[in-house]
Design a protein around this ligand. Sequence first.
Ligand SMILES: CC(C)(COP(=O)(O)OP(=O)(O)OC[C@H]1O[C@@H](n2cnc3c(N)ncnc32)[C@H](O)[C@@H]1OP(=O)(O)O)[C@@H](O)C(=O)NCCC(=O)NCCS
Length: 171
Amino acid sequence: MKYEIIRERDAYLVKSLCNELMVYQKSKAKITPERFDSMSFETRLLPSLEKADKNFIMIAKDDDEVVGYVYCNLSAKEVYDNDFATFFDINSVEDQVGCLSQFFIKDGYRGSGIGTRLFNEGMKWLNQLDVKDLFIFVSNGNDNALSFYKHKGFKESHKILDGFITVLRNM
Ligand SMILES: CC(C)(COP(=O)(O)OP(=O)(O)OC[C@H]1O[C@@H](n2cnc3c(N)ncnc32)[C@H](O)[C@@H]1OP(=O)(O)O)[C@@H](O)C(=O)NCCC(=O)NCCS
C-alpha cells in the first residue's frame, strides 16, 4: 500500500470514492436517508475545499488504484453555521476549527489498518496546525465509524438535524 498527499487540484482522484461514501452512508441511515440524494463529490467535497482555509487529502493506493482517502480541513468557525445546519455552538470554539471531514476505505480493504494509518496522518496534520477544536460528523446508522472514532479518542458531543448527524469532539 502506498500513501500520498494529493494537491487540491487533483481532488478528482477521490471523486468515485467520495460518491461511494455518500451511497454507503445512505445505506446505513435510518433518519432521513434521502438527504444523501443531493450529496456528491461536486456538492460536498469541492465546496468544502473552496470554503476551508487549509486542506489535507491523503490517498491510499494499491498499485495504481486509489482504495481509500481521508480529507481534513481547517476552516473559520462560521462555515459551520449555515443554511443546512448549525453544527455546534459557535461560541464554544476558537476562531478556526479543524475537521476530519471525509474518510472512506473501499470494501475489501477495510479492517487491515489502512483506516488507522490515514486517520493518524490526518490527525498529525491537524495537530501541527495548533488548532484546539477538532470535530468529526457521523451520519446516523454508521455505528462502525462511530465506534472507530471513539476508539481513537473522540467523544460524542451532541446530535443535530433530529439525529441525522452525531457530532464528535476531541474534548
Ligand atoms: C471506518 C473506516 C474508515 C475504518 O477504516 P479501516 O481501514 O477499516 O480501519 P482499521 O483497519 O484501521 O481498523 C479499525 C479498527 O477496527 C478493527 N477491525 C477489525 N476487523 C475489522 C473489520 N472487518 N472491519 C473494520 N474494522 C475492523 C481493527 O482491529 C481496528 O481496531 P484497532 O484500532 O484496535 O486496531 C472504514 O471501515 C470505512 O471506510 N468504512 C466505510 C466508510 C465510513 O464509514 N467512513 C466514515 C464516515 S464518517
